[in-house]
Design a protein around this ligand. Sequence first.
Ligand SMILES: [Zn+2]
Ligand SMILES: [Zn+2]
Length: 431
Amino acid sequence: MTNRRLMAVLSLVFAAGLAVGAYVSMDDVSPLTPSAHASQSRRGKPQSRRGKPMVSPTEARERDYYAPNSETLQPDEIRVIALGTGMPTPRPFQAAACFLMELGNGDKFIFDIGDGSVERMFALQIPTAFLDKVFIGHLHGDHFGDIGSLFVAGGIAGRFTPLRIWGPSGATPELGTKAAIEAMEKMFAWDIAGRLGQTDIRGFATEITEFDYKKEQVVYEENGVVIRSFPAIHAIDGSVSYSLEWNGLKIVFGSDTYPNKWFIRNARGADLAIHECFIAVPDLVAKYNLTPEAALQVGTQIHTAPEAFGKVMSMVKPKHAVAYHFWKDFDTTPGVYERVRSTYDGPLGLAEDFMVWNVTREGVRERMAIIDEHTWNPPHAYPAEPVRKEDLVGYSPEIEGGRLDVDDVIRPIYEEASEALGRKFEYPTNK
Ligand SMILES: [Zn+2]
Ligand SMILES: [Zn+2]
């Protein structure tokens, strides 16, 4: 390891400590070094010389991570959680782009919804009725590819209202958000028909707001929350970034973009500025299998190279900068960090999935969330409506005629439920 690289790694550790506020005063550290402890043991009675421990052997201690649903969101606070920070090919450690913003007034907003992000969203155990507002920055699969998962799984799990989606127009109508989402709904025609009369499917609908990608404008204003859209430069026309302002706090989310003047203008004064920061070109060649020509084009012209990310943040000077859209591995992170640090020396978080930022006027706290991989669907916020049997689509005679006679084992399940729940569940005669 070169000295320069070693320094970069050391300063990364240093920065991580700063970001989570992990400094412990030397006065707080036990004066017993291992060697002092050993010599005391040799002199005997080590227990009595230790005195009362500074950490209880039995009492709960404050966590240094975020356990979902264990902390009340304060009325003046925004919690941002990264649910996708990686690349277009999702992997277990990192889904594609997605950031959730939870506001102290109860509102929740999803910015981008890349492939693989929805399973992470569900791991937070937030009722899906609250996850009904999605803002798409551009229509690359790694920024909206999981919208179908939230549409369907959210509808199954307790969202009984339409999924509200905001997104940019395109250079032509068929390249816009409205066309994409309408096509998505058509894609699920069988899925929706197959649920009619079986479960409450009121959530299997969308409400699309498509806006002009070329404008800097307010696209959402409800409940004291103002969300603005502004243009980005990425691949072809039709990419945008967003700012969210509420309660004197400002969070900016850049979907993919080449560094642009709109981001600088709209992100000034941000408490948290999230911007893409692509894999460094040498790693795009060596590990991502791009040709040098493609790596230079994709890594510096379509996206924001780490050095350019740093330059953007040096101009914006946010309270806290967040870089995402690179694979955060032990061997790639030092390179990204070193390149960003060549042009930016302010507060910085290199995002990975489940990184959490608590944003208040006092500052930004950065840490990780710990989730349970075995979570079930989150609790319902509102009750489901009873289904109407007459809505059932049913089977053709050919398919209906293929049923085995298993009534003798299914009928007792209805009887068991009727007895346990104290109401009569009619055994279906016409299935
Ligand atoms: Zn993109
Ligand atoms: Zn992307």
